[in-house]
Design a protein around this ligand. Structure first.
Ligand code: SF4
Length: 437
């Protein structure tokens, strides 16, 4: 199967992020947030925490999945050998397997993907291949769960490394969200009964970057899922049905979207799950329009207004585009903001040679730079600091799960239980049906 065009068609010619980090660790020019990134991810499978990279300072939940030991033949294989093994296994499996690669994956993995895209594009790609027995999702845990929700009942979704979670998704735990809901009911009354205008007191909206359990919660409570591409449409949908929105897990996407819709900042109380009433007063909750969960992406939180100022000073005429998971001040200071797909299309659509400073994950930025040599493209953050959990997927694990399939063994299957899957699909279907107003 040739790589599909949501997507990349060939491996870029420039140095990959992995190669660049190895050069930095060996004393070359540049800087990285952790020289441990030069080590293979299996070095960290027995170590608690998210591992090196942007989430290394985040607290991982106690029950977060851990990856077992990768067999030694994959840990000791050379890069070339792993490539040969993956190519051979893919050839043997043919249409029985589809490999999905997220934009933020290392090039060494992306080169084997049948589809490359953002989380939702990849979930749709999974849905488009009912003939495949297995879907190998080179991304993070919530993405594999979403693929399982949307794929056929007999298809197996595989996450090559179980430690590839997402620190942002982990910031909204189902127990915390249930507790928040109860506290909101104490302030706002019965949350399931509409008022005289037919509006519910609060509509829960979860970003795609959340666990299936959270999507299920949202589905059970009249809520909806959003992506970074459709957050505004989804908030419109929610405001047609409720007085206010509880938005999780990413405060920045919620704030940036609501602000662009004209919601004032004092109508966006914060909900910190570790504090009574989320740290807000009952009045602030009652008067709020969008209650923001205290979550964030540690990749996109690295971007700053100072970086934008520096880019403009050093590159007059630079076009600054950032992802809406970035802090509000950064989005406000940028020329544009949008999802990974918006960023990709903006670059590919520029008809004149242009300098772009991009605020999103480094693997995607460097790949876009290699694919678009007519432009100068660089990451706003000068420190090479990839997503810790995307980094956990490596060709060694990909070779392991593919050769397992060749031998008839399904490893690292991600399965969402029906009790969660049914309401989670309802929330996803609402999103698919929501139309821009
Ligand atoms: S880039 Fe951010 S939101 Fe995406 S997987 Fe990494 S931590 Fe999670």
């Amino acid at each position: 199967m040739a790589a599909q065009q949501i997507t990349l068609q060939e491996r870029p010619s420039g140095a990959s992020v992995d190669e660049q980090i190895r050069l930095i660790a060996a004393g070359g020019a540049g800087d990285t947030c952790s020289s441990d990134l030069a080590d293979a991810p299996w070095s960290f499978d027995q170590v608690p925490g998210y591992g090196p990279g942007s989430s290394m300072g985040d607290v991982i939940p106690a029950g977060a999945p851990r990856q077992g030991e990768l067999p030694v033949r994959y840990r000791t294989a050379s890069d070339e050998e792993l490539t040969e093994r993956i190519v051979a296994a893919k050839q043997t499996l043919g249409d029985r397997v589809v490999i999905l690669g997220h934009f933020y994956q290392r090039d060494e993995v992306v080169q084997h993907a049948d589809y490359v895209g953002d989380s939702f594009q990849l979930a749709q790609a999974a849905k488009a291949h009912p003939e495949a027995e297995a879907i190998v999702f080179c991304g993070v845990h919530f993405m594999a769960e979403t693929a399982d929700l949307l794929s056929g009942p007999t298809q197996k979704v595989i996450l090559p490394n179980l430690a590839a979670g997402c620190s942002m998704a982990d910031m909204a735990d189902i127990d915390q969200v249930e507790d928040c809901w109860e506290q909101l009911a104490d302030v706002l009354g019965d949350l399931d009964t509409p008022d005289e205008d037919g509006l519910l007191p609060v509509i829960p909206v979860t970003y795609m970057n959340s666990s299936a359990a959270i999507k299920g919660f949202v589905g059970r409570h009249g809520g909806i899922v959003c992506t970074s591409s459709n957050a505004r449409t989804v908030l419109d949908w929610a405001f047609q049905r409720g007085r206010r929105v509880l938005f999780f897990p990413d405060q920045h996407l919620g704030r940036n979207t609501a602000k662009a819709m004209g919601v004032s900042l004092d109508q966006m109380p914060m909900w910190n799950p570790n504090r009574p009433l989320g740290g807000s007063s009952a009045e602030e909750i009652a008067e709020g329009r969008v209650i923001l969960w205290h979550g964030f992406c540690s990749v996109h939180r690295r971007f700053t207004v100072d970086q934008i100022d520096k880019a403009r000073a050093e590159h007059p005429g630079v076009r600054v585009i950032v992802h809406p998971e970035s802090p509000m001040a950064v989005v406000d200071a940028a020329d544009e903001s949008g999802s990974t797909d918006v960023i990709r299309r903006a670059i590919e659509g520029a008809t004149e040679p242009t300098t772009f400073a991009i605020g999103t994950e480094i693997n995607l930025v460097q790949r876009l730079a290699a694919q678009n040599p007519q432009h100068e493209i660089f990451c706003l953050d000068p420190v090479v600091c990839p997503c810790s959990t995307m980094y956990r997927i490596h060709p060694g694990y990909l070779a392991w799960v593919l050769e397992g399939l060749v031998d008839g063994t399904v490893q690292n299957q991600i399965e969402v239980p029906d009790a969660v899957a049914d309401p989670a699909r309802v929330a996803l279907e609402r999103m698919l049906e929501a139309k821009p107003s």
